[in-house]
Design a protein around this ligand. Structure first.
Ligand SMILES: NC(=O)c1ccc[n+]([C@@H]2O[C@H](COP(=O)([O-])OP(=O)(O)OC[C@H]3O[C@@H](n4cnc5c(N)ncnc54)[C@H](O)[C@@H]3O)[C@@H](O)[C@H]2O)c1
Length: 361
């Protein structure tokens, strides 16, 4: 990550982001152990490996063939099938947990108890109670937790945040995202817990207001876990957010519409060149004396495509993680951010089970 992008992440106002005692002296190397080298783990190791102030000391996976792959790519890195070797090693400062959701809590708890900073995959934990316990433990031990909300570090989301913050869009009306494709079916979590954490974390990052209620519907067709879900999040103001996540779509779609009073934008994450388009479009009510007298005028102005940084989001995020450890700073995607997403997932799950009943947060 360039120092520019690091600066822009550090400038994001976060409650409680004031420096705590630095864990490492400036310029020191943070030594990391990675647990889980399945689908996502290799991306974590590759990005950590390329960072200046970071050393991947050890990779752990209970599957020996995963370790063979790790050893082939990184001959200098120790490998083990026993996670306690990583958690108890005096040569490791931080642990990245890249294992299935149901293992996050036990592994993160043991890492914190052993004095390690923790980078943990989304969703943070399987329950909000587990998340609360980890946050309390990390606070008590003065350790950092970062939850892998990868998209917050993408050029597109950082640009959208800028457009929200500088008032380009005006007051927000809605956030509406579609994240659908065929598979990858997970055997332990539903599409809600697998895909929606991405969108809920982005929503949480862009809309500062606290949501008040959730409605979700969905269905399962192949096993007992929902493979499609439609989630609506209500805010006390007029902002509304909607998410469509689906593993049974014949095509891959990654589209988000964000409507504001002054401008509207479309973010197509699959477009390699113009990920974001901002539309100077809107609606104005010019007369509202009675419902039949409404005069609606439509504004249709220019469309522009802002420049979006193409640095790999995970690289930006992991460099920020290392920097937060060195500086003793609380990351924007800390345990509290992870907990907010888990609370939304729990509420959505409850609503989905009750066929769309409103669940208050
Ligand atoms: N941020 C993202 O964009 C993103 C993308 C994909 C997956 N993920 C998250 O990453 C996590 C892992 O997902 P995945 O798709 O890589 O799963 P996976 O099943 O492909 O890999 C998990 C690996 O962890 C290993 N493992 C499980 N328990 C272990 C233990 N106790 N000790 C050592 N190794 C253990 C397994 O052997 C496996 O190799 C999940 O939380 C998922 O939500 C995040």
């Amino acid at each position: 990550m360039s120092s520019d992008s690091l600066a822009s992440m550090s400038e994001v106002p976060v409650a409680g982001a004031e420096p705590i005692a630095p864990a490492r002296s400036p310029g020191a190397t943070v030594r990391v152990g990675v647990i889980g080298y399945g689908y996502w783990g290799p991306n974590i190791v590759r990005n950590l490996h390329g960072l200046e102030h970071c050393q991947v000391v050890s990779v752990c996976d209970k599957n020996p063939s995963a370790l063979k792959r790790a050893q082939k790519s990184y001959p200098g890195v120790q490998v083990t099938t026993d996670f306690s070797e990583v958690l108890q090693s005096p040569d490791i400062d931080a642990v990245a947990i890249v294992t299935p959701v149901w293992t996050h809590f036990e592994l993160a708890k043991a890492a914190l108890e052993n004095g390690k900073h923790v980078f943990v995959e989304k969703p943070f934990t399987a329950t909000s109670q587990q998340a609360e316990e980890l946050i309390e433990l990390a606070d008590r031990k003065n350790l950092r937790i970062m939850v892998d909300h990868t998209f917050l570090f993408s050029g597109a989301v950082r640009k959208i945040r800028e457009l929200v913050d500088d008032g380009t869009l005006g007051p927000l009306y809605y956030y509406d995202s579609t994240r659908v494709n065929l598979g990858l079916f997970q055997h332990d979590v539903s599409v809600l817990w697998d895909l929606a954490p991405h969108d809920l974390s982005i929503m949480d990052y862009l809309i500062v207001e606290k949501p008040e209620a959730v409605v979700a519907t969905g269905s399962n067709h192949l096993n007992h876990l929902a493979d499609m879900a439609f989630i609506t999040v209500y805010f006390p103001s007029n902002v509304i957010a909607h998410f469509n996540v689906n593993w049974l779509s014949p095509v891959k779609v990654r589209n988000t519409l964000i409507g504001g009073r002054d401008k509207m934008l479309v973010w197509n994450d699959l477009d390699p060149d113009e990920k974001i388009k901002v539309y100077d479009k809107g609606v104005k009510i010019t007369k509202a004396e009675g419902v039949y007298d409404l005069l609606v005028s439509y504004r249709s102005g220019d469309v522009w495509g802002p420049k979006v940084d193409s640095t790999e989001a995970l690289k930006v995020e992991l460099e920020y993680f290392i920097q937060c450890i060195v500086d003793g700073k609380t990351p924007v995607n800390d345990g509290a951010a992870g907990l907010r997403v888990v609370r939304l997932l729990e509420a959505a799950e409850q609503s989905l089970q009750a066929r769309g009943q409103l669940v208050r947060l």
